[in-house]
Design a protein around this ligand. Structure first.
Ligand SMILES: *[C@@H]1O[C@H](CO)[C@@H](O)[C@H](O)[C@H]1NC(C)=O
Ligand SMILES: *[C@@H]1O[C@H](CO)[C@@H](O)[C@H](O)[C@H]1NC(C)=O
Length: 403
């Protein structure tokens, strides 16, 4: 009897120890977030184990969430939802049923998931797209791009670029009765990275006549040069996206060769001849004082390794949109950037805000002080957070007023 009680006590203590993760003071619904995080952490542990044992690729295990959260394309009384293809790339399309004859606004949406996981068909993304379509009476094109490790850069970029370009053709816009002056591109996390890259590349594309009205970048990843920014240091172990996982996503985007990941972990992956790129990510210059608190600037160390030369993709602006000259930023549309305080990617977004403002691009910066990375994904049951619902509402309301 006493033994049983002791075992039970021990098990409870171990469980509590496993579930508990320290969270910043201002985060609400702490236990709920810890429980959500237990799911993500467990998945990462299982993935690491499966990989060590040679049973599966790390990302193939993480991708289980995509399957678990699959939602079939279901139309309702307000919106017609179909899985189709644009120029050979799968998309999930949301077309409102009301006012079929009035010209509509449109949103091209790119889901997150570190270029390795995620899907337009995941419940939270399906929900946000459906809701956008309904609330704005807008056509939403949610892109199902190819993922790593099966496909590396630039496959992801090429897919989202192909779809956007196809959609922006006059004949496609007419087919869906879209007002060509009211089209927006949006994405979160890796999707924010792709949205920013697409918006930049469209500026120089002679085939595209229609201009985007807005770009929306929700906690985007924007640079591969300095992976030890204050936000990386302060939030290395925050729920949902720890630094180790973010570096794994980055390196996996380019290659399955783990030497790039190892070089990134010591922030020594940039070859010496490319150190001129450091100026684009000099957080001493680009971050407002409040975000530098407690940190002293050191630039990344140039790598002695050759990985930088082997996988130059990680310095390509289509992968790292922060690494461009000012003249590539001028001409970008009205930009809405969401950043979260407790997120390794926070400073990527903030530095882009500073750079865009400096060249005169109008920017709305929505900084969320009490959120972790990915918070907007937690807006549907069973994983619901009040902060996630608030962020989705703010995003859709802003879009409704400005698009
Ligand atoms: C359709 O739109 C109406 C009016 O906005 C709303 O009351 C209703 O709940 C919507 N239906 C669905 C299935 O979301
Ligand atoms: C970074 O910015 C600071 C402050 O503007 C400047 O003093 C320093 O030289 C810069 N370093 C690099 C590597 O650009």
């Amino acid at each position: 009897m006493a033994n049983k009680a002791l075992c039970l006590l021990l098990a409870s203590v171990l469980l509590a120890y496993y579930v508990y993760s320290p969270l910043p003071e201002n985060v609400e619904e702490r236990w709920k977030l810890m429980l959500i995080n237990v799911g993500f952490r467990t998945l990462q542990h299982v993935a690491a184990l499966a990989e060590t044992l040679g049973l599966a690729h790390y990302m193939d295990v993480i991708a289980v969430i995509t399957v678990m959260e699959y939602a079939a394309p279901a139309s309702d009384e307000n919106v017609t939802v179909t899985d189709t293809e644009f120029d050979g790339v799968p998309v999930r399309l949301y077309v409102p049923k009301e006012h079929p004859d009035t010209p509509k606004r449109a949103v091209v949406y790119i889901h997150g998931g570190g270029w390795c996981v995620g899907s337009a068909a995941m419940k939270p993304y399906d929900h946000v797209s459906r809701w956008t379509s309904e609330r704005l009476n807008a056509v939403v094109v949610s892109i199902e791009y190819r993922l790593a490790p099966k496909h590396h850069f630039p496959a992801q970029f090429e897919d989202v670029y192909t779809v956007t370009k196809y959609f922006l053709q006059t004949k496609t816009l007419e087919q869906y009765n879209v007002d060509s002056s009211r089209v927006c591109i949006a994405g979160d996390s890796a999707g924010g990275n792709l949205a920013a890259a697409v918006a930049q590349q469209l500026l120089d594309d002679p085939d595209v006549k229609v201009k985007l009205k807005i770009q929306i970048l929700i906690y985007p990843a924007l640079q591969t040069i300095d992976l030890n920014l204050p936000s990386y240091q302060d939030n290395a172990n925050m729920p949902v996206l720890p630094k180790t996982l973010m570096l794994r996503f980055w390196s996996e985007y380019f290659t399955t060769d783990t030497s790039l990941n190892e070089a990134m972990e010591t922030n020594q992956h940039v070859p010496a001849e490319l150190s001129y790129l450091f100026k684009f990510v000099n957080w001493s210059h680009w971050l407002p004082e409040t975000f530098k608190k407690g940190h002293t600037y050191t630039s990344p160390t140039v790598g002695s390794s050759t990985v930088g030369q082997k996988y130059p993709g990680f310095l390509d602006p289509r992968a790292a949109p922060l690494l461009v000259d000012d003249n590539k930023l001028r001409g970008l549309p009205l930009t809405y950037v969401v950043t979260c305080q407790h997120d390794v990617l926070r400073d990527d977004g903030i530095m882009y805000v500073s750079r865009l403002r400096e060249v005169g691009v109008p920017v709305i910066h929505a900084h969320v002080d009490d959120a972790v990375h990915g918070a907007m994904m937690f807006s549907t049951s069973p994983m619901i957070l009040t902060v996630g619902q608030r962020m989705v509402n703010d995003y859709i309301e802003w879009l409704n007023k400005n698009l």
